[in-house]
Design a protein around this ligand. Structure first.
Ligand SMILES: NC(=O)c1ccc[n+]([C@@H]2O[C@H](COP(=O)([O-])OP(=O)(O)OC[C@H]3O[C@@H](n4cnc5c(N)ncnc54)[C@H](O)[C@@H]3O)[C@@H](O)[C@H]2O)c1
Length: 257
């Protein structure tokens, strides 16, 4: 018996990192999971690994900046699994620009992936959730929604927008028993982060500096975020909605250095 038996989940960017861990965890809890991922090789590999472990998964090559891709992927999910109960808006990218130099089209691309896509994925799942009498939408934001660092524009703006959107949608959808929550991770050890560390002038020093400001003295593993997402997706979290839930090992408890 899993906490998500009989549920259908749609996870964006589940080809690697946090999204991969979330897809795996939701499947282990009994959900049938759609991997909505732009990278065909990675997405297909994750779906195959979940199936090999005896769970239900479907890979759909999806660019979540394209509305027609999302609507088709939602339709395909509902046709394959009979509904859509859980959406995890995970895919995102760290877009960094100088606000004085960034072009309008760069702004549109950043917001298209890091903010608009989450609304669009929710939009195409809502009718099925209303029909089923409820659902859970989980937006993977970031601690950068709350406090940020120089050079994080407009990533921090998109993630703060995601949290605002979470509150707004929670209020509008509560009457349908659709819960909408934002999860704000701190540092999570994924390829994205490993690449960033490798790019620093002294990677060992950079990793040490990151670890020193975290109360638990280490980054999260992707599965630690996934465990929390599985709880939020489940009926155990039935009174959680509109919440901004920080999972950061104590990073944002710290004042300055
Ligand atoms: N890693 C961290 O420390 C951290 C911290 C806070 C928040 N986050 C957020 O968590 C989410 C996942 O982060 P991650 O570190 O696992 O990232 P990642 O780069 O390792 O994985 C992102 C996945 O999204 C996919 N993707 C990219 N563009 C897409 C598109 N247009 N359509 C569909 N899929 C697309 C990529 O192919 C990749 O598989 C992001 O939203 C990120 O902002 C990460």
């Amino acid at each position: 018996m899993g906490r998500l038996d009989g549920k259908v989940a749609f996870v964006t960017g589940a080809g690697q990192g946090i999204g991969e861990a979330i897809a795996l965890k939701l499947a282990q809890e009994g959900a049938a999971v759609t991997i909505a991922e732009i990278n065909a090789e990675k997405g297909a590999n994750v779906a195959a690994a979940i199936q090999a472990a005896g769970h239900k998964a479907l890979f759909i090559k999806t660019d979540i900046t394209q509305e027609n891709h999302i609507s088709a992927a939602a339709e395909q999910t509902i046709a394959a699994f009979g509904g859509l109960d859980i959406v995890v808006n995970n895919a995102g990218k760290n877009f960094y620009f100088d606000p004085a130099q960034m072009t309008s089209s760069e702004w549109d691309d950043s917001m298209g992936l890091d903010l608009k896509s989450a609304w669009m994925c929710a939009k195409y799942a809502i009718p099925s959730m209303v029909k089923a009498g409820g659902g859970s939408i989980i937006n993977i934001a970031s601690v950068h929604a709350r406090m940020t660092a120089p050079g994080m524009f407009p990533y921090a703006a998109a993630k703060a927008g995601m949290v605002g959107m979470t509150r707004s949608m929670a209020l509008d959808l509560g009457k349908h028993n659709i819960r909408v929550n934002a999860v704000c991770p701190g540092w999570v050890r994924t390829e994205l982060v490993d690449e960033w560390i490798a790019r620093q002038p002294d990677p060992v020093d950079a990793l040490g500096a990151v670890q020193r400001v975290i109360a638990l003295q280490r980054m999260a593993e992707p599965m630690e975020v996934a465990n929390f997402v599985a709880f939020l997706a489940s009926d155990e979290a039935q009174y959680f909605t509109g919440s901004e839930l920080i999972i950061d090992g104590g990073l944002t408890s710290r004042f300055a250095t």
